[in-house]
Design a protein around this ligand. Structure first.
Ligand code: ADP
Length: 615
């Protein structure tokens, strides 16, 4: 019992652990990544960055500027003019997001170089092209306080820009991000780094070194960074004073890097840099949770689901399960508010699967238990029914004989006959009770079979002799048509009971003056003992049911023969417990043949005894 319970517990733990593993694996799929990003965007919208006074501004080379100044062909004169006007507004620093990697018109380049040199705290961009850094040409680079990379970090599934890689290394040449260089120069502090973060002055930026550089999540300002057209810098100089200015192309027709942000807004690359700068300037960081914390959370959900359905039942269990699932959905939101980005899919999948798995297991377990106790109850009733029925005949004989003996003075010979009858019937009763108990215990798996070795021919002979009087009453002839060779190993008493049952059925369900044949066949290690009658027979549908307890065919009921319908179920149990099986062939109105297929060893010599009694 205890072993069974612990087996059941182990199976339950295995189910919940399997659900945990499946949920965790599901959390690593591409679908999970998409869902997590979608959830991230939703949470960003639900918990937007705090609106503080912006410390940066974007000067945009927009459609209007390009139209007025002759398009991208004139980008260098446009930059030259804009830089002069920006310098006049006295910004803290100026970060340029236009690659100046090629030589242009000499006169234009000279003027641009002068404007760059005139700009205080200038940061120039570089980008990754064909696996190498494309830096500004030396005459421009010489004017810059720093060069930062503008390599965009977009999600490979949905193209949304959520983070910036603060550090990129190519060919052993490391570049900090443009926004970080701008921040360092604006703060006039050096960059210090550890494996987990990057610091500028007192600002510690959580950006652990990973495969993709040092990703930093950008907290986009919902209201955006103040943006003015490059055409109107002079009028808006007050917006730029003391700020870090990001100068770049925003015109749809020309910007090479237009991205989506988590708000679903279309943002040009230069604005993305400004937002990354704002994130650092405000110290408003979001941090990835890493792998261990979500795993721990998943373990917690799976354990809670397992315990819930192990300890609680009914609606209470389902209510707690609902709370677990809701918690798995709410947890990422709560963590997000604390600045921690947790994946939603993995832990939620674990919570869902574990509660579903635990609930299903317990549901079926409870149902199985119910079924078992119901079948135990009905089995018990059936057993009582059977015992009462089977015991009635010997009891009646004993009762009748003893009454005759006490009420009448009988001749000695008759007295002897009656007392012999009482003796044999009470022995039969005792045997019956023993068989009954044995079969019950066998069915419950509480009994080991006796392992006697006996000759098959012996039990065939004994049983045929016992049935003989019944057969004679109906003038049914019986014959043992073949020699029965071989030994059987097992419980002789039970085997006798089984064969006796087949023989009595053959007699019971046959009309008078027919024949019952017993024959044996050997097939290697198998001994087939068959009982063939010429009785009422059965159709194939009936054959399927006869080994079920209490099943009786209509034909049998109508034959007027009494029965309980339990005998054959016991026969089958006995035969299967002996490692054998039952085979039945039958045809309505023509007769049946019941065969016990048993494992048997061949004995050295066995006397073939043919009993042939007709009439
Ligand atoms: P019982 O004989 O007490 O009804 P059994 O379990 O021995 O119960 O048999 C189950 C049913 O199988 C019988 O009621 C009868 O319908 C059918 N059956 C068994 N043996 C035979 C047979 N030799 N010929 C026809 N029907 C049989």
């Amino acid at each position: 019992m205890c072993e069974l319970a612990s087996k059941r517990n182990l199976a339950y733990i295995a189910v919940v652990a399997g659900c945990f593993a499946a949920g965790t694996l599901a959390g690593w799929t591409a679908l999970a990544a998409r869902v997590d990003h979608y959830a991230y965007d939703l949470m960003t919208q639900m918990t937007p960055a705090k609106n503080a006074a912006p410390q940066s501004a974007v000067v945009a080379i927009d459609e209007e500027t390009l139209r007025a100044r002759g398009g991208m062909r004139s980008i260098r004169p446009i930059l030259t003019e804009a830089l002069h006007q920006i310098a006049a507004a006295q910004p803290q620093a100026v970060a340029l997001d236009v690659l100046l990697a090629d030589k242009g018109d000499d006169a234009e380049d000279a003027r641009l170089e002068a404007a760059l040199r005139h700009t205080k705290n200038l940061i120039l961009p570089c980008d990754l092209v064909d696996g190498a850094w494309e830096d500004p040409i030396p005459r421009f680079a010489g004017a810059a306080a720093a060069v930062g990379h503008v390599h965009p970090e977009v999600d490979r599934y949905d193209g949304v820009s959520r983070e910036v890689s603060l550090e990129e290394t190519v060919n052993h040449q490391r570049r900090w991000a443009l926004a970080l260089e701008a921040f360092r120069i604006a703060r006039a502090q050096p960059i210090t780094e550890s494996p987990d973060d990057v610091s500028v002055g007192s600002t510690v930026i959580p950006a652990a070194r990973a495969d993709a550089g040092r990703p930093m999540l950008i907290r986009y300002l919902p209201s955006g960074v103040p943006t003015i057209s490059a055409l109107h810098v002079a009028e808006n100089a007050n917006l730029l004073r003391g700020k870090t200015v990001f100068l770049g192309v925003t015109a749809l027709s020309a910007a090479r890097d237009r991205l989506l942000n988590p708000y679903g807004q279309n943002v040009p690359g230069v604005e993305v840099h400004a937002h990354a700068f704002e994130t650092m300037a405000r110290g408003d960081f979001l941090q990835h949770s890493g792998d261990l914390a979500p795993l721990a959370l998943s373990i917690l959900f799976a354990t809670a689901a397992g315990l819930t359905f192990a300890l609680l039942s009914g609606y209470t269990a389902y209510a707690v399960a609902a709370v677990i699932i809701l918690t798995s959905l709410a947890a990422p939101i709560l963590f997000f508010r604390q600045g921690l980005v947790f994946p939603l899919f993995g832990p939620a999948a674990v919570a869902w699967l574990s509660t579903a798995g635990a609930a299903t297991y317990q549901h079926f377990f409870v149902r199985r238990q119910l079924r078992r106790s119901e079948s135990e109850k009905s089995r018990y009733q059936q057993a009582i029914h059977w015992a009462a029925h089977e015991m009635r005949t010997p009891l009646t004989a004993i009762q009748g004989s003893s009454e005759i003996m006490t009420n009448y003075s009988l001749p000695e010979a008759k007295q002897k006959q009656l007392s012999e009858m009482i003796n044999s019937e009470s022995k039969r009763l005792a045997r019956l009770i023993q068989t009954f108990l044995d079969v019950e215990r066998l069915a419950e798996g509480q009994m080991d079979l006796k392992r006697e070795v006996f000759e098959a021919a012996e039990i065939v002979g004994t049983c045929m002799q016992r049935v003989e009087p019944l057969a004679q009453r109906k003038r049914i002839t019986m014959s043992l048509d073949t020699a029965v060779e071989g030994t059987l190993t097992g419980d002789r008493e039970l085997m006798e009971y089984a064969l006796y049952n087949l023989l009595t059925n053959a007699v019971k369900y046959s009309p008078g003056e027919t024949h019952v044949a017993v024959f044996a066949e050997r097939n290697g290690q198998e001994l087939r003992v068959s009982v063939r009658d010429q009785g009422i027979g059965m159709d194939s549908k009936e054959i399927k049911n006869i080994f079920k307890k209490f099943y009786r065919t209509k034909r049998a009921e109508q034959s007027g023969e009494v029965g309980t319908g339990i005998g054959l179920s016991i026969v089958e149990q006995i035969v299967t417990h002996h490692g054998g099986r039952m085979e039945v062939t039958s045809e309505p109105g023509k007769g049946s043949c019941f065969t016990m297929v048993l494992k048997s060893a061949i004995v050295r010599s066995s006397v073939a005894e043919t009993i042939n009694r007709r009439g």
